[in-house]
Design a protein. Sequence first.
Lengths: 327, 517
Amino acid sequence: MSKFNFTRRAAMALTATAMVLGSSVAALAEDWKPQKPVEMVIMAGQGGGADRIARLFQSIIQKENLSNMPILPVNKGGGSGAEALRYLKDKEGDAHVIMATLNSYYTTPLRTDIGVDIAEFQPLARMAMDTFVLWVNADSDIQTLDDYVAAVQAAGGEWKMGGTGTGQEDSLVTAMLEKEFGIKHTYVPFKGGGTVAKNLVGGHIDATVNNPAEQMGFWQAGKVRPIVAFTPERLAVFPDVPTASEMGHDIVYWMQRSFVAPKGMPAEAVAYYTEMFEQLAATEEWQTYASEKALVADMITGDELQAYFLEERSKHDTILNSMAESS
Amino acid sequence: MDTLALLADGFATSLLPLNLMIVILGVTAGLFIGAMPGLGSVNGVAIVLPLTFIVPPSSAIILLAAIYYGAMYGGAVSSVLLGIPGASTAVATTFDGRPMAQQGKAGLALIAAATASFVGGTISVVLFTMFAAPLADVALAFGPAEEFALVLLAFTTFVGLGGDDVPKTIVMICLGLVLSTVGLDLISGQPRLIFGDLPGFYSGISFLVLAIGAYGVGEILYTIEKSRTSPTVTPAKITFKELGAGLRAMNRMWKTMSLGSFLGFFVGMLPAAGATPAALMAYGVARQTSKQPETFGTGNIEGVAAPETANNAASTGSLLPMLTLGIPGSPTTALLLGGMVMWGLVPGPMLFIEQPDFVWGLISSLYTANFAAVVINIALIPLFVWALRMPFAVLCAIVMVLCIVGGFAPSQKLHDVWLIIAFGVGGYLLRKADYPLAPLVLALVLGPLMEKSFRQTLIAEQGNVLAFFERPLSATFLCLAIVFFIWPLVGLLFTRDHKDHPHVPSKRPKFARTKKT
């Protein structure tokens, strides 16, 4: 087995060398094209922010003909994305699998030993940074952050905060809120942000920290109310919603929306997909969507992205450890 | 009527020549996609999605709806002919459809399935047209507690309503529940029952693998054993006379079909449930309300009609949460949702107000797609039935290939192929021991949903089990579930005194399910 790996690695190294010596990456990218439909693994269930954005990318890629083969989205949301991570690990060397990530890309392997080291995966492109907002049902009396804190305190630990899986982004933001204000929630995990949004409107939970995109339809219909945004500056779509930091509470949290590939994807394929995402980032559809849904479209690729992933992983390690200590 | 005017506008769009042609193409493609085990409407819609960008959005959504509908009809074809449910929604169709095919009545079963699908589709689209907006509120009222109660009800319609061996049914449900926990836990993210560290089990055991193994492979093994001396596949014929007889037979089943339609629509509408529990519940209820419940599972045409009306009605129903709440009820509706986002449409409560053209174009195309699907389906039945005339030795090999390919295609893991073979042998042995397979499959489909909603409720309610009874909707479902569970026991006491009581399922431990195959 190890011998096999060695030869494959050696072959890859040779290819890489040949690539550097031979022609430019771009020229090679034109040589390589997907030979069959490309599987786009989504680390979350259907209807949530990650799912919608991945499907939007798929649609734009196909509409603008950025890939000669269809892109097939596959949801593998089980176990806070562990299912998807394990799947990607098993696809080593495959040139026809890419994965849309969210922050559970680093938090899930930190929390559970699933035998996955994200440093081994091949980063492709970070498309955007998504934002977090605290939402309550429009029927509730809560108008401000102070009202909210008072209401949670009054509920004596029984305030139902809905979100994605325990240890995922939503639960981290919830933990930050709890630490900052000394309050306690009952955290109810759901499969995706879409389901969380529905349960908030249906009155089955009391609050959520969903991304704006997940809540937009209900917000436009006047069914939910944004209370506070966890961003450094106010969001253009919600100019009247204050940020936590302007009120003196330092809670800022982002969700990255990126694409990665399995370990050992051929370099030509990596170049192909990177170029595909660069073209995608420039499309009008994407730019419009990002501004409407309060996303920060800040693209990075390659080594820079890998460095970002590793830095975020160590940051989250600290956050998770402090969460474990406090509970 | 405002609604009617809007619908008329919608028809003006969907009846354009281009759109009519798209409907016919889409339905035909969908039929074949649905009829192939392992290729469901998800694949169909995914493959076609890029094509939709060359036509206007309204035509595109019509194409997707047509494939969606066509695949729903097609699912029954492999259930009846091969005994393999092509999609989880068609499981219940095998219970009576397969025995009918074995008795040489495959044509009749397919006609029943097509007509029933048409009725279910039509009734549900009418319901959708009239009540879409208010019904969205019903979907919202469903939280985790209600989901749990509903799933439990779906289970009890199976345990309680059958006249089978109840202990064996319960054993199979438990086995199915154990299989459903394999993989990563939804809430904590910990792997469970992965047999050491077999990565193949991380994603759990998919419904398709179990169904293809237990039904497809198990069926082949069982038939080979039984037909060692003489081949038992009855060549099926289909004539216009039979077609007429089939339609007349359907005419007597309005009660079953309307029940199936309403049940299917309402269950399908709930974001978590969908068409599979709807079809199974409709089958259970049809069996219970039937005058001869013991004939269910042996080739009763009502046993085909009930689940087929329900699964088509549910597929319409599941569009409702997708359009009004932005929550896809099934993988296929998730793809439709992706398409809508691309066209700049924001699904949610405002869609009906801001994009009436799109919404009503879609609704009217459901009417045309449904009509086209029934016509094309009935026209193709002779072709499908013809496949059964093959010598058994040939058919058996083809079905085996379809089973393996169909099981491998969706995940492309050899792990699944080994599982299919293991389930095939297991299914064959269980069948020989007179264990019903349906509850096993049902438990695998519904188990994860039940577990998740149960735990979510307990977390939200601080571990208070009584919470399930404190909410009106979930309390109602739970009480119904208890009634359904106790009913056969009461019935058993009653049979001793009143032998002719029409609603009492007769207790024949072995009869109904074992003849089902």
